[in-house]
Structure formats: structure tokens, C-alpha cells
Ligand binder design. Structure first.
Ligand SMILES: [Ca+2]
Ligand SMILES: [Ca+2]
Length: 335
């Protein structure tokens, strides 16, 4: 009888199994690593080919696939991706974060050029007469737009003052006049944050740009559809605001990533207001009627009900007016 206990024999046996498993695991890791490398290289060759042919979308896609292969040394693909993206310009949904100084940031989202039906259809529930005639408008160039209403923290940083009734850094600035909203943009232009793309200026959105961005390809009462029962998910209105402005970005965004386009605070647009302006065919890039007494406000506020929060709704007040539900968001555009 061999002097070895079952325990010891079992121990040796397990050691052997363990060694086999380790060997197997090492081989498997090597195979996987080789596969990642092959994936990377074949996608990199494709990216190089497309770059030589100046097919930028294909080059960017192949470079991205190469990076996603998981191969660690991916700097060549990274460089192609960067060069292709530069050629392509910003993509829908792409964001930039501006450092306004002192760590105060502002995020903007790229809105692609395109066209849309501006105004509301005759049959839309709650429609006001100045929302028609519904007409096609082309926005010929993309632009950056504030993901959020301008907050008090941002306003304070640039203007060194805060007119708001409901105080709080992450609340939208309100009681801000059209003139001061404009001054905010001009101050930013005088010393633009380092991340500002070259040739771009801060300004207020035109009324057409605002509605185009709000709708995000929708033609319904709201950017998410026409079911008023869903408003609570997307907007601060009289139904849920507890009679005050609320922190920005807490409600769901629209399809293009913009928050609080419906409700919270009304948003100043650059245009003068004219109830009959939609009768004039001024596409592409309508810049508003000639000077009158009032400016355009859009989107409704924490004080309003569903009717005034609709995408097509227009409001107008004298540009010097201030109220605890008037705010704005910025656009960063080439003109
Ligand atoms: Ca708003
Ligand atoms: Ca109205």
C-alpha cells in the first residue's frame, strides 16, 4: 500500500488541474489579445485608405472601430479620428463644455443645419393665431446651443450681479431683461472661454433657431409628442413647479439633448415680435421682422399651463421688461 493519504493525492491532483486551467487561461488570453490586435489593424488599414481618399465619415467610422477593438496601442487610429472629425465639423448631439472661469462651466450642444415646419397646424389644440401660417424654414448652418437655460452661477460669473427672485446657483437666472441677456453674450465675446471654437460668437437664438432646436424634428404640440400627461417628465409648469423656478436639467431633455425647452423660465430670442411675421417668406435663416416695441419670448414657464408650453407658442414683451420667469439660453454661431 502506497503511503499516501487520499488528502495528499487529492491535493496533487488539484494542483495539476489548476496548472492546466492556468495554462488554458493564458492561451485564451493570448488568443483574445491577438484577435484584438488583428481587429485593430484591419480597421486601421481601412481608416488609412479612407483618409487617403478624403472620405471623412468612413475614415472616422473605421478609426472609431479600430479604437473599439480594445487593442491598447491605438494612437494611430486616434490621430486619424481626430483629423477626420476636424474635417467633418461637429456632429449632432456633440457637446462642448466651456470654462467660464473659477470652475464655472457651461455646456453647449451642436444643432445641425436642416429644415422644419415652423408654427402650428390649424387644428392644433390650444393654438393661437400668431402661430400661423405654418411654413417651412431652412436653417442653413449648424450652431451650438446652451444645453440648459443660463444659470445664476454662470450669470454671476460673467455679469457680477444676479437679478433673480429665486436665488440658487443651479437655478435659471430670471428677472433678466433682453438687454442684459444680450450684454451677457457680448461680455462672453469680449473674453471668450478658451474652448470657444474659432470664428464663433455668442448671441441669443433667433426665433426660428429656437423653435427648430426645440422641435428636434417633431411636429407635435411638444417635442416629445402631444400627450399632456407626459409634460411632468419634461417640464416645470404651473402643475409641478410649486410656484417657483427650479434647478436646470432635472427634467428629461428633447431628442437633441436640450433641457427645459418647455417651461421653467421663458427664453428671450433675438428677434423683434410681429404677430403677422409668418406671412413673410424669409427662409432661409429668418432673422425676424423690423424693429417694433417688443421682443420674442419662447417656451412658457413655471407659471404657465400646458397651452403656453407648446413648441409653437410665441410670447412678446417690451425688451426692458423683467419678471421672475424670464430667462434665456445662448447660442454660439458663426454669424
Ligand atoms: Ca425654458
Ligand atoms: Ca402666444
Amino acid at each position: 500500500m502506497l503511503g499516501i493519504s487520499f488528502g495528499a493525492w487529492h491535493g496533487f491532483r488539484m494542483l495539476a488541474v489548476d496548472r492546466e486551467q492556468k495554462l488554458y487561461a493564458t492561451t485564451r488570453r493570448e488568443i483574445e489579445s491577438l484577435k484584438r490586435k488583428t481587429d485593430y489593424q484591419s480597421n486601421l488599414y481601412r481608416a488609412e485608405y479612407f483618409e487617403r481618399n478624403r472620405d471623412w465619415p468612413a475614415a472616422a467610422a473605421a478609426a472609431e472601430a479600430a479604437i473599439n477593438s480594445g487593442w491598447e496601442e491605438n494612437s494611430a487610429a486616434g490621430a486619424i479620428l481626430e483629423r477626420s472629425r476636424k474635417q467633418l465639423g461637429p456632429q449632432r448631439g456633440e457637446a462642448i463644455i466651456l470654462d467660464l472661469s473659477a470652475g464655472v462651466k457651461m455646456e453647449l450642444v451642436w444643432i445641425e443645419a436642416g429644415d422644419f415646419l415652423m408654427g402650428s397646424a390649424d387644428g392644433e389644440k390650444g393654438r393661437y393665431p400668431d402661430e400661423g401660417p405654418q411654413h417651412r424654414v431652412e436653417i442653413s448652418r449648424g450652431f451650438w446651443m446652451g444645453k440648459h437655460e443660463v444659470t445664476q452661477e454662470q450669470y454671476q460669473e460673467i455679469m457680477k450681479s444676479n437679478p433673480s427672485d429665486f436665488q440658487g446657483g443651479n437655478l435659471p437666472v430670471e428677472r433678466v431683461s433682453w438687454d442684459n441677456a444680450l450684454l451677457f453674450c457680448e461680455n462672453l465675446n469680449q473674453s471668450p472661454p478658451a474652448e470657444t471654437p474659432e470664428g464663433y460668437k455668442f448671441r441669443l437664438p433667433t426665433e426660428a433657431e429656437w423653435e427648430y432646436a426645440c422641435r428636434a424634428d417633431s411636429q407635435t404640440e411638444y417635442h416629445f409628442g402631444s400627450d399632456r400627461g407626459q409634460l411632468d417628465d419634461y417640464a416645470w409648469s404651473s402643475a409641478n413647479s410649486r410656484s417657483k423656478a427650479n434647478p436646470v436639467g432635472h427634467k428629461k431633455p428633447n431628442a437633441w439633448g436640450l433641457h427645459d425647452m418647455h417651461g421653467n423660465v421663458w427664453e428671450w430670442c433675438r428677434d423683434w415680435y410681429d404677430s403677422g411675421y409668418y406671412n413673410a417668406d424669409s427662409s432661409p435663416d429668418p432673422s425676424g421682422p423690423p424693429p417694433s416695441s417688443s421682443r420674442v419670448l419662447r417656451g412658457g414657464s413655471w407659471l404657465n399651463g400646458p397651452r403656453d408650453l407648446r413648441s409653437a407658442n410665441r410670447d412678446c414683451v417690451r425688451s426692458g421688461s423683467q419678471a421672475s420667469d424670464f430667462g434665456f439660453r445662448v447660442v454660439l454661431a458663426e454669424r
